[in-house]
Write a protein that binds this ligand. Structure first.
Ligand code: PLP
Length: 416
């Protein structure tokens, strides 16, 4: 059912019928493994739909069977997540990595070629370069600043051109906020698609979604999230999500049923609570990030600032920024003048901002990519993507921005 209301107006109620739960305003946690059928005929009919033995009739909903297949908390949450990205369907997973690995496993077979942007999240990189490689899936990486001509030349040179099955990108790239043009990747995917073999485009939208960017609207077939980050938003759960049209999501949900990596009712319930404040949290985080970036921009101890709101309008990525994003987001990276010593002194002297990996939460978090999130990246790639000893990444939270700036100021003083 299409609604004219904005997603933020529907996050408290959409997809939930209080009359089915004793009138409870909030969905209870359906802590049950299985569901009683009214009759044997009903059980048979539910299974026919769940196992794809027959198409759903008009208006028919998938019946509740068993919590690995479906559960009210999982379904209500998925219905609500669909609203932000205007997706047909959503599948929620027990982690961002299980969402990503399930997508890669479903759409890539031994002998296939995967084209992916570099850098991607460390876990994703490992899955591509160790696990997928071990089962015979070839992959080639490209850099955000490469042109379409350069990327296609790389595909042709690989010797696996006809085997290209998926393009997988992460934009903005972590940690330096480099941007990739989603519609350009779509034209590459279309160029290599044939009547018998579609090349799918998948986008990890963890950094900017689902509020500030909607990759499906730019031609992506699949959008993925670590819901551990902004969607969860309180550093108290691990979860992931995948969204797309009915065709791709049917495939994803079937594989999820057999891998058994769906999120639990309890995690889904927590995520629904988080979704109610998603927009206000992210907007406050972006406002804070703007203030902090302004403070860092001309700071004498800062040599490089990576923030979408300060991209020069003459920079080629400015056009991508304007096209794909409705906010500069709340992720900032900057280079402190000096080496690892200065970076560590700075990190060790922050008090309000916690030293931890992860991002997107209500509390601000800071980390050192070269020795933490990107410790496994080769020295050559580190150099190419600007991960230096002085690079520091901050995920800005919802605190008072003046308090955050005071904390940063004190840490800079300690370095001097
Ligand atoms: C954290 C993260 C992941 C992995 O998600 P988990 O929930 O930790 O499994 C994937 N992609 C990006 C961009 C991330 O930040």
């Amino acid at each position: 059912m299409k609604s004219k209301l904005q997603p933020e107006s529907l996050m408290m109620t959409h997809g939930y019928k209080p009359e089915l739960s004793e009138g409870a305003v909030k969905p209870p946690i359906f802590q049950t493994s299985t569901f009683a059928f009214k009759t044997a005929e009903e059980g048979k009919s539910f299974f026919e739909v769940a196992y794809g033995l027959r198409e759903k009739e008009a208006g028919e909903e998938t019946g509740l069977i068993y919590s690995r297949i479906n559960n009210p908390n999982l379904e209500i949450l998925e219905d609500r997540l669909c609203l932000w990205d205007k997706a047909d369907q959503c599948a929620v997973f027990e982690s961002g990595m299980s969402a990503i690995s399930t997508v890669l496993l479903e759409f890539l077979k031994p002998g296939d070629l995967l084209l992916y942007s570099m850098p991607v999240y460390g876990g994703t990189d490992h899955f591509i370069n160790y696990f997928l490689k071990s089962i015979g899936v070839e992959s080639i990486g490209f850099r955000p600043n490469q042109s379409k001509k350069e990327i296609t030349a790389q595909i042709e040179a690989s010797g696996f051109t006809s085997k290209l099955a998926m393009i997988y990108i992460e934009t903005p790239a972590n940690p330096t906020n480099e941007l990739i043009d989603i519609s350009l990747c779509k034209t590459i995917a279309e160029h290599y698609s044939t009547k018998d073999k579609k090349v799918y485009l998948a986008v990890d939208n963890t950094y900017m979604g689902p509020i500030w960017s909607h990759p499906l609207a730019h031609g992506a077939d699949l959008v993925m999230y670590s819901a551990t980050k902004y969607i969860g938003g309180h550093s108290d759960l691990i979860a992931g999500a995948v969204l797309g049209n009915n065709e791709v999501m049917q495939r994803i949900k079937v594989l999820r049923t057999f891998l058994g990596n769906m999120a639990s009712p309890n995690t889904c319930w927590l995520l629904m609570r988080s979704l109610e404040t998603l927009k206000v949290r992210m907007e406050q985080q972006a406002r804070n990030a703007h203030e902090i970036a302004r403070f860092l921009k001309d700071h004498p101890q800062v040599s490089n600032l990576y923030y979408l709101g300060t991209i020069n309008s003459s920079d080629p990525s400015f056009k991508i920024y304007q096209k794909q994003y409705s906010s500069a987001g709340a992720m900032i990276a900057f280079e402190i003048k000096g080496t690892e010593r200065e970076a560590f002194l700075f990190l060790n002297n922050l008090k309000l901002i916690k030293l931890a990996v992860s991002l997107g939460s209500t509390e601000s978090l800071v980390q050192h990519p070269a020795t933490m999130t990107h410790a496994g990246v080769s020295p050559e790639l580190k150099k190419a993507i600007g991960i230096t000893e002085g690079l520091i990444r901050i995920s800005i939270g919802v605190e008072n921005h003046a308090d955050l700036i005071a904390d940063i100021t004190a840490a800079f003083h300690a370095v001097k």
